[in-house]
Design a protein around this ligand. Structure first.
Ligand code: ZN
Length: 189
């Protein structure tokens, strides 16, 4: 296994429609293993193959274990994932992306989705995901269609930049600063 380089916004591969996987071979297994390692190392909670420069329909997701969320703590690997149901009910929530460092924004997503796809051996698999997990599946599957979370953000007032600040004890923290404050013109008439 190896940590791969994460592609950043501006790179073509992130805007391309990824190809369907047809061969469930060693190369695919190595890709998936590397994606899991890259996601954990980042650290992140989801990764799509275009984010490691591979234009193929593969995603991995792992939410941190949370007692109150039965779908957390499990590693999900999906090849050729497809959303076959998305609830009309939506939730607004904060998203970030390893390919768009230090920016977060509020995005509306279906509260529940059903995703069909295959595992690394080509065996069909299906999951009903809710809340956070549903959000992450929608975010990652978007990547396979060249869509980024920024495309869903309603306006600059829904975006924040994360900056590192040092408190009085000398400890570093991340602070979210609204983009509109940063973008505010100085001394405009
Ligand atoms: Zn992303």
């Amino acid at each position: 296994m190896a940590v791969r380089k994460i592609t950043l916004i501006g790179e073509d591969v992130l805007r391309r429609e990824a190809r369907k996987v047809k061969r469930f071979d060693k190369t695919l297994h190595r890709l998936i293993d590397d994606m899991v390692e890259t996601m954990r190392e980042a650290p992140g909670i989801g990764l799509a193959a275009p984010q490691v420069g591979v234009s193929q329909r593969v995603i991995v997701i792992e939410l941190e274990e949370d007692e109150e969320d039965p779908q957390s703590g499990t590693l999900y690997e999906f090849v050729n994932p497809e959303i076959v149901y998305a609830s009309e009910a939506e939730l607004e929530g904060e998203e970030g992306c390893l390919s768009i460092p230090n920016i977060v924004g509020d995005v509306w997503r279906s509260q529940k989705v059903v995703v069909k796809g295959q595992n690394r051996f080509g065996k069909p698999q299906k999951i009903e995901a809710e809340e956070w997990l549903a959000r992450v599946f929608q975010h990652e599957i978007d990547h396979l269609n060249g869509v980024l979370f920024l495309d869903h953000v309603a306006g600059p007032e829904k975006l924040r930049r994360l900056v590192k600040v040092v408190d009085e004890n000398g400890e570093e923290h991340w602070k979210a600063i609204p983009m509109v404050e940063i973008a505010e013109p100085v001394g405009s008439s």
